[in-house]
Design a protein around this ligand. Structure first.
Ligand code: FPP
Ligand code: MG
Ligand code: MG
Length: 326
């Protein structure tokens, strides 16, 4: 579900409508298959959280100009889209949000190359808009971090030796940095004060941490239908998340849990048993309380100078992440 449909980001409703048109336009190519893949991806949805945060942050400045900020908003969503297309190939995922993935529909080759195309289109938009060196550098660093994070995650798959600190670093690269940079860059290209940019960066970082922790705990306790993927999918894929790390620290059945999550050939029954062991500990509550701590920190980080409706939007976005169940 788009966040706009969740009643959030009302203050930037018009911006989000224009974003959809811009995205559909941006994925067009002279090659019909590329346009087809792009249109499928844009239409199959996404929360549009990254561009929404960027646009809301841009409203933090009195000099807000939709024309100026829109290419950047579309670019971050396209980078996100490209990363998910690649991620679905890496994860051998057949569906995302209940819709067939690009790799399922057109095969790995077309999916990977389309991802590359959208990624390049995103940077081309940014170059055309002439936001300056700083914006280009930050986006490039963000993608480096995303890629390094995925490589780190891959190296740690099916292992049982994880620290909470290492988990935090991983989700920072995977999610929090991205949301932080969206908040910061929206404010920056609209000419907001440095302090506002910094405050919004921290806000984005904290909600990003909370967002990923919530995502990870929903994999354990979420409703498979709402999530569009089966419970325990992370465990099955060898990805170890906060509730599991906590259970590895606290569970009397720690060795049994470790044996399951390190087994590359685990069965669905094994996954069920692992979930049972995790749920019998305080792992999920622990993760939930960490997510709530990050959300409280996010609200505290919001700059004082924000226009009231934009402050409310950011607060509502944090509350939405806290209550999310899909
Ligand atoms: C989803 O995580 C994946 C990411 C947040 C990042 C993926 C990044 C890359 C593949 C590298 C960057 C590449 C480009 C072209 C920008 P998940 O698999 O845990 O979650 P899911 O359930 O949404 O698949
Ligand atoms: Mg995935
Ligand atoms: Mg993945």
């Amino acid at each position: 579900m788009r966040i706009a449909q969740a009643g959030l980001f009302r203050s930037i409703k018009k911006d989000l409508e224009i974003l959809e048109e811009d995205l559909l336009e941006s994925v067009k190519s002279d090659v019909p298959l590329v346009t087809e893949v792009g249109t499928h991806l844009v239409k199959s949805g996404g929360k549009r959280l990254r561009p929404a945060l960027l646009l809301a942050a841009a409203h933090a400045s009195r000099n807000f100009s939709r024309d100026r900020v829109m290419p950047l908003a579309a670019a971050v969503e396209m980078i996100h889209m490209a990363s998910l297309v690649h991620d679905d190939v890496i994860d051998h995922a057949d569906t995302r949000r209940g819709t067939p993935t690009a790799n399922a529909k057109w095969g790995n080759q077309v999916a990977i190359l389309s991802g590359d195309y959208f990624f390049a289109q995103a940077f081309s938009k940014v170059a055309h808009a002439r936001y300056g060196e700083e914006v280009g550098m930050r986006l490039a660093k963000l993608v480096s971090e995303l890629s390094v994070g995925e490589i780190q995650q891959d190296a740690m798959m099916f292992t049982a030796e994880h620290s909470i600190e290492e988990y935090y670093q991983r989700i920072e690269k995977k999610t929090a940095d991205f949301l932080a940079i969206c908040c910061e860059l929206g404010a920056m290209v609209s000419g907001a004060d440095e302090e506002v940019c910094r405050g919004l960066y921290s806000y984005g970082h904290c909600i990003g941490m909370a967002f990923q922790i919530t995502d990870d705990l929903l994999d354990i306790v979420g409703d498979a239908k709402k999530l569009g993927k089966p419970a325990g999918n992370d465990i099955l894929q060898g990805v170890v998340t906060l509730p599991v790390i906590r259970a590895l620290e606290k569970s009397p059945n720690r060795d049994e849990l470790a044996a399951i999550i390190t087994n590359r050939h685990m069965t669905d029954e094994d996954v069920k048993r692992a979930l049972e062991i995790v749920k019998a500990t305080d792992g999920v509550d622990f993760a939930k309380s960490k997510a709530d701590e990050f959300l409280a920190e996010a609200k505290k980080a919001l700059p004082k100078e924000l226009p009231e409706d934009i402050r409310e939007t950011f607060v509502a976005a944090a509350d939405y992440i806290g209550k999310r169940d899909f």
